[in-house]
Design a protein around this ligand. Structure first.
Ligand SMILES: [Zn+2]
Length: 465
């Protein structure tokens, strides 16, 4: 038999490869609704069916489950699938007559083209633990530099506690000098040692105390400098107080171990509160000049950074989207303003469950759809997701394009002028805040004829010039 080595090799592992191929749905005519893998991130729908499928339904196409105009015929399949799968179907975008034919693509990445890296990851799983978020968050920690570095050492478990000294062969006593515990780990020092536990008990909500004391140390640091409201009795500026307490526990311990009493005789908590207050005082006296710069900038020529200078008759749209990490549920929102910055309409929509990229495309679609409905003929749209902007502008669609991109391109091909731009996230705050107003389970967009953001005119003043 003739043929290249590549194809011979592929034929041997074809069954494996087959598992990692998915269908990209365009018009939905050739994709099987139940048996093909056509929604990113989940198995073929047949895997989730709640009861037996009737024979007449078993081999239907995706198109057969729609009305041909881009609407799902929910009554045909809704009762057969659980809610979380409904949300995925909703977010996958509905095929429509006239879209490109369905095609096969690679499952590994959203764009659908094959890469060796993605093949390796789906075969072996990600190899590096995802600590990137922790380090980035720590890097942005607003407290004192030495506390930031200390927290970093805590996460790496490289603080020079007695157990670490023993590990490095510079001591033979691993015990805690404060409470006599057998081993002084960093975890013991900061959470379980007698004085630490007393402080945390007075500051953490009783319901969360057990979780607070037992969670993984990296998670512990991460959560306390990002999401204080969950655990602390008084969440205001908890990130600062938390860091200060950790730092002062360490200073206190060193004062005892090296018999070198601190000048400040207050308790650890008193000293930590003082440090927190001093930090806040110092940063608030620095703040006014920053606000002034912003206002000054707004009044001056840099105004068009945010609101592009548009000719009369043009409109500006901004869209943004976000996915909740916990369950992948996605929301999008956006705003349409006139050329001189006046509010025209806002929109927020709950999408379902999908990737961030799909959600961003939904955002652009939703706001442009609203603009078309208003009879607007010239519009500039700004998104803060570079990948989404790139995908919208591509001359030909990548193999794995999500179906929502077909809808978006159909919309763009209508007789009107639409310009798509990328902007910084910071300048897209209004759209971001609008997206947050969406809530499930209804998938219908909510339209805002007036600014729903309470202090729109002061908060976003620079955007309306
Ligand atoms: Zn101890």
């Amino acid at each position: 038999m003739s043929g290249s080595r590549l194809w011979k090799a592929l034929s041997v592992i074809w069954c494996d490869v087959r598992n990692f191929v998915r269908t990209r749905v365009g018009d939905g005519m050739t994709t099987e609704f139940w048996r093909d893998s056509w929604i990113v991130g989940i198995d073929p729908l047949i895997a989730y069916v709640l009861e037996r499928l009737v024979a007449s339904l078993e081999y239907v196409s995706v198109a057969a489950m729609t009305d041909g105009n881009g609407n799902w015929l929910w009554h045909k399949f809704e009762h057969l699938l659980p809610l979380n799968i409904h949300l995925r179907i909703a977010a996958a975008g509905c095929p429509m007559v006239g879209f490109a034919a369905d095609a096969e693509c690679w499952k590994g990445i959203v764009q659908g083209n094959f890469t060796v890296k993605s093949a390796y990851i789906i075969r072996c799983g990600p190899t590096v633990p995802d600590d990137g978020k922790l380090w980035k968050t720590l890097n942005k920690y607003r407290g004192l530099q030495r506390i930031k570095i200390f927290l970093w050492l805590v996460c790496l478990e490289r603080v020079m506690t007695n157990s670490e000294r023993v590990r490095r062969h510079i001591s033979d006593n691993a015990g805690c000098s404060l409470c006599g515990a057998l081993i002084e780990y960093v975890n013991h020092l900061l959470r379980w040692c007698s004085q630490a536990i007393g402080i945390w008990t007075s500051l953490i909500k009783p319901d969360f105390l057990h979780q607070f004391l037992t969670m993984n140390i990296k998670e512990w640091v991460y959560l306390n400098i990002t999401d204080a409201a969950r655990m602390a009795n008084h969440p205001e500026d908890w990130d600062l107080l938390f860091g200060s307490i950790c730092w002062n526990l360490w200073l206190e311990r060193n004062a005892v171990v090296f018999d070198n009493p601190l000048d400040d005789r207050g308790t650890v908590l008193e000293r930590s509160r003082r440090l927190q207050q001093q930090y806040l005082l110092a940063s608030s006296s620095a703040a006014p000049s920053r606000t002034w710069e912003r206002r000054n900038g707004a009044a001056g020529s840099s105004n068009n950074d945010v609101q592009r200078l548009l000719a009369e008759g043009w409109f500006q749209a901004n869209a943004d989207a976000g996915c909740r990490l916990a369950d992948g549920s996605a929301k999008c929102g956006g705003v349409i303003r006139s050329h001189d910055g006046r509010w025209v309409q806002g929109v927020a929509k709950f999408i379902g469950i999908c990737s961030v990229l799909e959600a961003e495309l939904w955002g652009a679609f939703t706001i442009l759809h609203a603009a078309w409905g208003l009879g607007i003929t010239r519009i500039v749209i700004e998104l803060d997701c570079l990948e989404a902007v790139r995908m919208i502008k591509l001359a030909s669609l990548p193999p794995g394009s999500p179906t929502i991109l077909f809808h978006l391109r159909e919309l763009l091909s209508r007789p009107w002028c639409v310009e798509v731009f990328h902007i910084d996230r910071e300048k897209n705050r209004l759209a971001h805040d609008l997206a947050k107003l969406a809530s499930g389970p209804s998938l219908c967009p909510i339209y805002f004829l007036y600014p729903p953001v309470p202090n729109y005119y002061s908060e976003y003043a620079i955007t309306i010039g």
